[in-house]
Write a protein that binds this ligand. Structure first.
Ligand code: GH3
Ligand code: MG
Ligand code: MG
Ligand code: MG
Length: 311
């Protein structure tokens, strides 16, 4: 493959060499106006293997959210510029962080005031001083639960791929990252050809198995940091970071060929299936139009006779 060697690709290669999928470190953002105390908690959490970042100025909140993409926010309550309650509201206004656990960590011991702080959509209240071990466990337990819940909400149940909502969120995040870093990014939209015939000929359960086979092929052949979604019935979407259009086209054509060669079967009957794909590159189109452009290219691929990739 003729793609530039970058940090993602290195991580990918290392995974393949060691045969491991490393569990990503828990990501925590800490907002505490006293830098020393925030830094201390961050250090404790880092000591437990987490990725923890502490900030002391509320005005850095939005940028830090985007940088850290936290799975839990530890929030001080009393701060001079903006109190924790306002900060929690700001977090909740962004749909990407609407369900991230917010845990207040404060010296406030008045139960009534603790409760009203929770009314802003925070999940819990821990009081300072707090022991290191207790803090680590409290954070770990909440993030573990958050991960299993989000996995459930974001997954397509038939294939285990991202569902449409989750995929669209990833498009937002990845396009803004790619625009900032100036790296190429491609969105591909795939649709199985004449899928109705499969259902009509072999029945719906066999159709489901074809959908699963394509999902499996995509997962197996694409890179770990390519993002794969099931967009609708027999439609799939792929977001390919750090990938020029020509390289993406090559990969999609390889996948197209591999899929068309798969031996699919239904009681005693063997058959083959193909897909068509449309590609859109961030270089050539604004991010809000990527999906529509890929969809138009897919339509063109169908019009030109199917089983092909159109850029
Ligand atoms: P084209 O080549 O133009 O894409 O033809 P097509 O028959 O694939 O197109 P169309 O989109 O009209 O048909 C898709 C069919 O997929 C219709 C629907 O019944 C079926 N379908 C949608 N979701 C599922 C699913 O989850 N499982 C199964 N087995 N079939 C599904
Ligand atoms: Mg304070
Ligand atoms: Mg379709
Ligand atoms: Mg179809």
């Amino acid at each position: 493959l003729t793609r530039p060697l970058d940090i993602h690709r290195l991580a990918d290669l290392l995974d393949k060499l060691t045969g491991e999928q490393p569990q990503d470190a828990y990501r925590v953002l800490i907002l505490d106006d006293e830098a020393r105390s925030g830094d201390y908690y961050a250090e404790v959490l880092r000591g437990a293997g987490m990725h923890a970042v502490a900030i002391s100025e509320p005005r850095r909140l939005l940028d830090s959210l985007n940088e850290v993409n936290p799975e839990l926010i530890l929030m001080d309550l009393h701060m001079p510029d903006c109190n924790g309650i306002e900060a929690a509201r700001i977090v909740r206004q962004d749909e990407r962080y609407a369900s991230v656990p917010i845990v207040f960590l404060s010296g406030e011991s008045d139960r009534q005031r603790q409760l009203s702080a929770m009314g802003t959509g925070a999940d819990d209240f821990l009081t300072k001083p707090i022991g290191d071990t207790y803090l680590v466990s409290a954070v770990e337990l909440r993030i573990a639960r958050f991960r299993s819940l989000t996995a459930l909400i974001r997954q397509d149940s038939l294939t285990g791929l991202l569902n449409r909502i989750a995929f669209d969120l990833q498009v937002e995040a990845e396009t803004s990252r790619a625009s900032r870093s100036g790296s190429p990014l491609v969105l591909a939209m795939l649709d199985i050809d004449h899928f109705k015939r499969i259902n009509d000929t072999y029945g719906h359960p066999v159709g489901d198995r074809v959908i699963k086979s394509l999902a499996q092929l995509l997962r197996k052949r694409l890179r770990r940091y390519d993002i794969i979604g099931r967009y609708g019935g027999e439609e799939f979407t792929i977001l390919m970071p750090d990938t020029p259009l020509a390289a993406a086209e090559k990969v999609l054509n390889e996948l197209r060929e591999q899929f068309s060669l798969l031996h699919l079967s239904s009681v005693g009957d063997q058959f083959h299936c193909t897909f068509s794909a449309g590609l859109a590159a961030l270089d050539d189109h604004p991010s809000q139009e990527l999906t529509a452009v890929a969809d138009a290219a897919l339509y063109e691929a169908k019009r030109l006779g199917r089983n092909r990739v159109v850029c």
